[in-house]
Design a protein around this ligand. Structure first.
Ligand code: ATP
Ligand code: MG
Length: 355
């Protein structure tokens, strides 16, 4: 029997609160379905750990994670530790070391949720964002030649391998999910070097997948179309910067941070992938027991799909949709009065009925 080994990094603030509920759901699933067995190990690498040890994780931290099948990550962020420390010494090393070059974000309006756009269902697409290069590299510099001539340069780094592998992932995802179209987010009319190269590489892959439609929009127009006709997208492929911006826009049109999951994926499976809610540690509500755990539960569902259990992913989403449709047990961010723990309990209860 296959046992999935899952590393749990609860993190700071509401991270541990929402992660506990996600683990509760995973445990419930393994109780209901004997073919899903897991082994979890928790790592306390957060801001408290940093204040005690002067580092975000032990020296061999990445080595400790490498044999896990997946990582479930809470959120990191604490007013006592600069973001530069937490991000650059924990999240980015994990993403980079484990070649998690895909950032995966579903934009799906769950049944029972209303979009601020007054669009009805189905808004249901995914954003596949390049997660390792592009506009977010530390290549560049600030040049001091006296105050008036001071200047800064930030380079975009695009490689054939980097673009090809993210485009291939987008097409493979489309194929595996019976989707019919990939939309390329670009700006090659103005960012002539990097984005023209991006387009050329993406189109090489599009040409090898002619049974799946390909379209390309400039990022400014595409942002408007997200608002005007979100139902027309299936798979949106974007560079690091454009994907970052589109992802936040995407989560806003389907219910906000309490319901925004993500995956940092290493498609080869050679290294563990990492799943995390999009939201941060939310210090303003931490410790109050009112954070919405649905984003983290959904992230755990994405993890299940990545581990080959699309059936369990679908069951979790159905259970969440039933809870949202009933509108009886909801956290304050989406108009209710229930606690974090109550949401976990009610979703677990639904799963026991559905499965
Ligand atoms: P970070 O720097 O850690 O990303 P941030 O300031 O960008 O933090 P979040 O921590 O994501 O932002 O929080 C933004 C706002 O959304 C806060 O008011 C927070 O309370 C709210 N929020 C975030 N996540 C949730 C959640 N799961 N449930 C309810 N409210 C949330
Ligand atoms: Mg943030």
């Amino acid at each position: 029997m296959n046992v999935d080994k899952i590393a749990i990094l609860p993190g700071d603030g509401i991270g541990p609160e929402v992660t506990r509920e996600a683990v509760k759901i995973l445990q419930t699933l393994s109780e209901i379905d004997s073919t899903f067995q897991m082994e979890t190990k928790e790592f306390n690498w957060n801001s408290d750990y940093y204040l005690e040890h002067g580092r975000m994780m032990p020296e061999d931290g990445l080595d400790q994670l490498k044999d896990f099948d997946a990582i479930l990550f809470g959120a990191i962020g604490d007013y006592r530790v600069p973001d530069s420390v937490t991000i650059w010494n924990l999240i980015l090393p994990i993403r980079k070391h484990f070649q998690q070059y895909v950032n995966f974000r579903p934009v799906k309006l769950l049944r029972g949720m209303e979009s601020p756009l007054k669009q009805d269902n189905p808004i249901d697409f995914v954003i596949i964002r390049e997660n390792s290069e592009g506009e977010y590299t530390d290549s560049g510099g600030n040049m001091f030649h006296g105050e008036t001539r001071e200047m800064a340069i930030q380079n975009t780094v695009m490689t054939r391998q980097g673009i090809t592998q993210i485009a291939e992932f987008a097409y493979q995802y489309a194929r595996e999910h019976g989707l019919t179209k990939v939309t390329n987010a670009t700006k090659s009319n103005v960012v002539v070097h990097a984005m023209s190269f991006w387009d050329r590489m993406v189109e090489e892959i599009a040409d090898k997948n002619k049974d799946i439609a390909y379209e390309k929009y400039y990022i400014d127009a595409l942002a408007a179309y997200f608002v005007q006709r979100p139902k027309s997208f299936e798979v949106v492929l974007a560079s690091n910067l454009f994907g970052d911006i589109l992802s936040d826009l995407g989560s806003a049109i389907v219910g906000g941070l309490g319901l925004a999951p993500s995956g940092n994926i290493n498609p080869s499976g050679e290294f563990p992938s990492m799943f995390e809610a999009v939201h941060g540690s939310a210090p303003d509500i931490a410790g109050k027991g009112i954070a919405n755990p649905m984003a983290q539960i959904w992230s755990a569902a994405l993890m299940l799909e990545h581990l080959g259990r699309r059936d369990l992913h679908d069951a979790v989403l159905t259970a969440m949709e039933e809870v949202l449709e009933e509108k009886k047990v909801l956290t304050p961010d989406i108009g209710g009065t229930a606690s974090t723990v109550e949401i976990g309990d009610v979703i677990a209860g639904k799963l026991k009925k559905i499965m």
